[in-house]
Write a protein that binds this ligand. Structure first.
Ligand SMILES: Cc1cc2nc3c(=O)[nH]c(=O)nc-3n(C[C@H](O)[C@H](O)[C@H](O)COP(=O)(O)O)c2cc1C
Length: 209
């Protein structure tokens, strides 16, 4: 499927086939395609919780405006944005520096510079840390949706949920903000997806000041 087709085919699907599981292999492939998403300094400040269990999805649905797709989709991802994903000592941050040094894209001496740069960009306020996490994880979430579409899966992103309720119910640590839930599965047979919705045109998008 070329990208134009993937972009046109991806829709927020409301009705999932409850009888059709998403295999672990396909889910892994989808996530690994999305893992190619770019991020600030390649810090990849995102994680996923994978919910398949009916009880877990039921608990999530109660906190997500009772949206039926939360339990009807075979898989629901809680997408996590790591606000601390730029800090010295964070496992991914440290791994990233090591990988960059090993790949020759950074010298050991440059490590301090990178750490200070990340701190000055993302650590100067809580808002800056949240923006860092949310912006990068938003790109990742979009990749998840396009990857799913390219593999014949359907998705539905949701921010209609009680953020603090979800964090509490699923023991999500304080360093994470939850930008969205993502239902993943197959379109219910016999259901027609609504016609594509309007989008801003090029002329509506481009502004000047
Ligand atoms: C971050 C985000 C959160 C969303 N939250 C919800 C939601 O909680 N419930 C819902 O029914 N749709 C939700 N949507 C779906 C949007 O309404 C939908 O993507 C938009 O209307 C465009 O339709 P399309 O995705 O089919 O092109 C959300 C979409 C995004 C990107």
């Amino acid at each position: 499927m070329d990208f134009k087709t993937v972009a046109a085919k991806r829709r927020a699907v409301n009705f999932f086939d409850e009888q059709k599981e998403v295999s672990d292999t396909l889910l892994r492939e989808m996530v690994e395609i999305a893992a190619k998403t770019p991020s600030s300094f390649n810090l990849q400040p995102w994680n996923l919780m994978v919910l398949k269990d009916a009880d877990a999805k039921g608990r999530l649905r109660k906190l997500a405006w009772d949206q039926p797709k939360v339990t009807e989709a075979p898989v629901v991802l809680i997408v996590l944005a790591d606000k601390s994903g730029w800090k010295e000592g964070h496992a991914t941050v440290e791994k990233n520096w090591k990988e960059m040094i090993a790949a020759g894209s950074m010298t050991a001496e440059q490590r301090e510079w990178f750490l200070n740069a990340a701190k000055s960009l993302y650590g100067w306020s809580d808002d800056a840390s949240l923006a860092f996490a949310a912006k990068n994880t938003g790109f990742f979430a979009m990749s998840l949706m396009y990857a799913a579409t390219s593999l014949g899966l359907s998705t539905h992103p949701m921010d209609g949920f009680d953020h603090e309720g979800v964090r509490k119910e699923f023991n999500i640590p304080d360093n994470y903000w939850v930008p969205l839930l993502l239902a993943v599965g197959y379109l219910k047979p016999g259901v027609e997806v609504n016609p594509p919705k309007w989008r801003k045109s090029y002329d509506e998008l481009v502004v000047s000041f």
